[in-house]
Design a protein around this ligand. Sequence first.
Ligand code: NDP
Length: 256
Amino acid sequence: SGRWALHGKTALVTGGTRGIGRAVVEELAALGATVHTCSRKAEELGERIKEWEARGFRVTGSVCDLSERDQRERLLREVADRFGGKLNILVNNVGTNIRKPTTEFTAEEYSFVMATNLESAYHLCQIAHPLLKLSGSGSIIFISSVCGAVAVFSGTIYAMTKGAINQLTKNLACEWAKDNIRANSVAPWYITTSLTERLLANKDFEEQVVSRTPLGRIGEPEEISALVAFLCMPGSTYITGQTIAVDGGMTVNGFY
Ligand code: NDP
């Protein structure tokens, strides 16, 4: 296994059928990793797995809803079976958003976004810990957001989940360093995916986003997966506890 490859590594990437998760599955598999992924829609997952097999990637998948505690536990049992109780890489990618003013959120919406974005990632770390430890060299990557670091008009519950993930990254980096498990977060700004396509189809909104972005465009999922892959490789073994923005310069743009 080379310095810039992932041969012999095992990975769980949550939410791999579309968007950023899909790009991460493909990036890790292309670098030689064996990958397990999941999503809620059996048909779409089946289609992806066929495509990946045709490309020679080693990818399997489970249908599960990660907002449900028992389904996370089942997923981890399947991962443990498939990888012999060991896991090198956990990519907590699943996340969703409801955009509305703070005063309009219902209790159900609060619980749904919290369960999907934060509780699921937290619980998956808990139950993946023994597998990551047993692998001898573990890497946890959270897909956070720049919304966890600066205030963006995109919903306060989402922003809170991402801010919490950035802090969780720091705590786990310290708590699990003794087990040779690293934890890092990747924080994107707007990326073209199914989560944002309707929002960005509004050209006025897209123009506003682009005008705040020094690189002057929306990002692509492959620009996120590249960093995720690096954070899993032997070349990054001294990087832990960090939240790294992949944002075209948005968060350093004071007033340009
Ligand atoms: P998409 O909605 O395009 O894709 C989400 C993926 O996760 C799909 O495969 C979806 O499949 C799966 N998924 C969603 N909910 C669940 C669930 N409860 N259980 C299992 N699988 C689920 O999202 P993105 O790729 O845009 O976002 C991925 C991550 O990146 C999120 O955490 C998001 O917050 C973050 N992010 C995205 C940005 C963007 O601009 N796109 C910017 C900053 C951060 P299915 O629906 O079939 O379950």
